[in-house]
Design a protein around this ligand. Sequence first.
Ligand code: TIU
Length: 227
Amino acid sequence: MVPDKIAIVEAEPYPFELWPSRCALIVIDMQRDFLEPGGFGEMLGNDVSQLRRTIEPNRKLLAAWRAAGLFVVHTREGHRPDLADLPPAKRIRGRGKMHIGDQGPMGRILVRGEKGHDIIPELYPIGGEPVIDKPGKGAFHATDLHTILQYHGIRQLVVTGVTTEVCVNTTVREANDRGFDCLVLEDCVGSYFREFQEMGLRMIKAQGGIFGWVGNSKDVIKAIGKS
Ligand code: TIU
């Protein structure tokens, strides 16, 4: 049975009132191509260790969240094999040698069904945890995420995943405009760039929590253990 008691989580700019039965954990884009050595992210010259430090805190959080019987949603960024949902602007952006849909180190880059597109084994979804395949940076755009959250009575999101300033921030902003309260966990989100990690989080909690709250996984685990 899911507990129906409010749990207070230490957070900035002020404590977050977590309502377990109304709160989903959303794990954003923890995909091999972004996180694994030899993947697309590293091929673009990024330091994947900045993202890999989030794996262990996410693993512990996921275990505690599942043990408490709470709702989990995972997302993956990627496109249909025929690329019909890939905006031409997104395909050519960056003027790099490799594009989405090309053969990369772990299959076709950001294409659904390919090895590199899938979630890393450490955080692999289990039965009953919806996986949202999203063509954009935000998890609400062109997906059924909002419908799924509504059917489960969800009003709050604990947000983790990568990258902090791109898919995490975009999703938090989309969620905020749809009326969800978001708590972003600093040890469970990562950016290839240290300064974007810091500013990405500061932008969320500034101005009295303009987009939401920032906390850490230890405080969430403590809070759901007590709820
Ligand atoms: N998931 C996500 O953030 N997609 C990106 O492309 N992120 C980058 O930082 N490039």
